[in-house]
Each structure stands twice: as C-alpha cells, then as structure tokens.
Write a protein that binds this ligand. Structure first.
Ligand SMILES: NC(=O)c1ccc[n+]([C@@H]2O[C@H](COP(=O)([O-])OP(=O)(O)OC[C@H]3O[C@@H](n4cnc5c(N)ncnc54)[C@H](OP(=O)(O)O)[C@@H]3O)[C@@H](O)[C@H]2O)c1
Length: 283
C-alpha cells in the first residue's frame, strides 16, 4: 500500500508503540486519526506528527473498551476522511502478579481493552473497507500471544485471543482485498511497565516495533514476529511444557515475593497435642 496520503487510524497513540507508530506514518506523509484516553498526551503526539510531515492529524478521546466509544471513534474517522486505509489496533495494557490475587476489575479491563476493543473497532471499520475492497487491519498482539508467560496469564490469554481473532478473520476475508495482520512485539521500552514489573531480558525501542508496523501496512503479512523471538515460536511446539516451568522458576528467582501463595496456611493435625480432640467436629 502507498502510504503518502493514506488514512491511518491508530488506537492507543498517546504513548509508547502507538506514539512511535504515529510518528513513523507521519514521516511517510499519511493522514492520521489518533485515539486514546489522555487528551493532553494525544495532542502533544499529534503536534509532533504534524511537524514530521503528516498532512492531516485528528485526535479523539477514546476508551476502546467501551463499545460506543470505539464505534464512534471509527465512525468519526470515516466521516472526516470517507475511508480508512490502515487500522492499527494498538491500545492495550498489562498486569503482572499471582492469578488468585488479580482484582476482578483488572481482569475486566484487560479483556475489554485488549480483546473487545480490537473486535469492536475492526467490526466498525470493515463495511467501508469491504465496500472499497481495500484496507489493512494490523492488530498488535505480543510474543505472549504465542508463548504465554507465568504471572501474566490473563494478559497472555488476551493476546492469544487477538491472534485467534485475526487469523480467523483473515480466512473469512480472503479474496476481498482486506488484509488482516498480527504484529508480535517483544519487551519494548514504553510506559507499559510503569504499573507492572519489568520484563526479564532486554527491552527494544518503540520505534523498532513502529517500523515493523509501517512495513506491514506497505507489505501486509499474516504474522510479523520480532527477532529474536521468532526462535521461541519454533521451540514452543516441542518444549512448551518445559518452558512453562523454566519461565516460572526464572520469574520467582527474579521476584521472590511471587514465590508461595501468600494464603494463610491451614492448621496441620501435627499442631494438635497428642490425644487432644480436633478443634471442631464431633468427638
Ligand atoms: N511494551 C511492551 O513490552 C509490549 C510487548 C508486547 C506487546 N505490547 C503491546 O503493545 C501495545 C502498546 O503498548 P505500549 O508498550 O506502547 O504501552 P503504553 O506506552 O502503556 O501504551 C499503551 C497505549 O494504549 C492506550 N490505552 C490503554 N488503555 C486504553 C483504553 N481503554 N482506550 C484507549 N486507549 C487505551 C494508552 O493510552 P491512554 O492511557 O491515554 O488511554 C497508550 O496510548 C499494547 O497492546 C501492548 O499490549 C507491548
């Protein structure tokens, strides 16, 4: 796809990978529609995009987890530009910790933002893309979308869901001119880890992922994996079980507070003096 003058819609563009992606498309003179919840940050990104050469940049407050918001965001882009050439579903958040301690609201937020958001914006953009027989949908998953990580079970599940949704839809749309692609970033230096623990291993710059997303828009591919994590993809079918344990051990060694369950220990029978009756129940 030719990016000069193309209409590119990006969710979660107020920081990190979304911001870097907006800047990378701006450099190629694409028109941008940017969405996120923090308007001040979003406006600052929009200004930088204009300075980089984007002819038109519009911003809109978006909570992608709210269906009405997500639909209105896409509808506004279509109203302003009459088409969407590239939709980048990037908005997302993570959480790390022990599953049994994860707050219910966090579970809901992760599922709503990382999964429902992607589905809603895609569904809203599809009719116009199908009518034009043209469009690229790029869904930002994660390496955890094919290699789940301990202490990030829900996040891993949401990113697996993004992959399943994308691949299923890709088959449904074959021959229509509309392409669906998945990008799998590895640990990237962004605000993502402000609220969760740092990842194990190196962190890559956000522009690295952004460049991969721009390349994907130009030359759509089903799966875009970041090196060197492609190797994990190959190892997974044979050593997945081993990796589950090895990653758990590594994480516990690095973050000892995650070891154990933190649950009150049940009273053991040996704590009773010999011959004494149990604390409850019939004697
Ligand atoms: N960083 C990594 O290591 C890494 C690795 C693999 C995959 N990823 C994925 O990459 C994507 C971008 O993350 P990042 O690393 O760039 O982190 P980030 O700097 O925290 O950016 C996340 C973006 O998503 C937006 N967002 C979050 N919740 C939203 C909501 N409900 N509605 C609309 N926008 C929302 C945030 O904007 P507001 O807060 O302003 O709404 C922000 O712009 C995510 O999907 C993440 O899962 C990241």
């Amino acid at each position: 796809m030719r990016l000069k003058g193309a209409v590119v819609v990006i969710t979660g563009a107020s920081s990190g990978i979304g911001e870097a992606t907006a800047l990378a498309f701006a450099k190629r003179k694409a028109n941008l529609v940017l969405g996120a919840r923090r308007m001040e940050a979003l406006n600052a990104v929009a200004q930088k995009c204009r300075e980089r050469g984007a002819p038109e940049v519009t911003v809109r407050r978006l909570d992608v987890g709210l269906r009405a918001d997500a639909r209105a965001f896409v509808a506004a882009a279509l109203r302003d530009h009459e088409r969407i050439d590239v939709l980048v579903n990037n908005a997302g958040l993570g959480w790390m910790g022990r599953m049994h301690e994860m707050p219910e609201e966090k579970i809901d937020e992760l599922v709503a933002t990382n999964v429902k958001g992607v589905i809603t914006t895609t569904q809203a953009a599809l009719p116009s893309m199908l009518e034009r027989r043209k469009g690229v949908i790029i869904n930002v998953s994660s390496v955890l979308g094919y290699r789940a990580a301990p202490y990030s079970a829900v996040y891993s599940a949401t990113k697996h869901a993004v992959v399943g949704f994308s691949h299923g839809l890709r088959g449904e749309l074959s021959g229509t001119g509309v392409k669906v692609c998945v990008v799998y970033p590895a640990s990237t230096e962004t605000e993502f880890f402000n609220e969760t623990e740092a990842p194990i291993g190196p962190q890559y710059p956000a522009w690295w992922v952004a460049n991969a997303i721009v390349r994907t828009a130009r030359f759509p591919r089903r799966d875009v994996m970041m090196l060197p994590y492609r190797a994990v993809h190959l190892v997974e079918p044979m050593f997945g079980g081993l990796l589950d344990h090895a990653m758990g051990e590594t994480r516990r060694a690095r973050s000892p507070h995650l070891a154990g369950t933190n649950l009150p220990q049940p009273e053991t029978t040996s704590a009773r003096p010999p011959g004494a009756p149990p604390a409850s129940g019939r004697s």
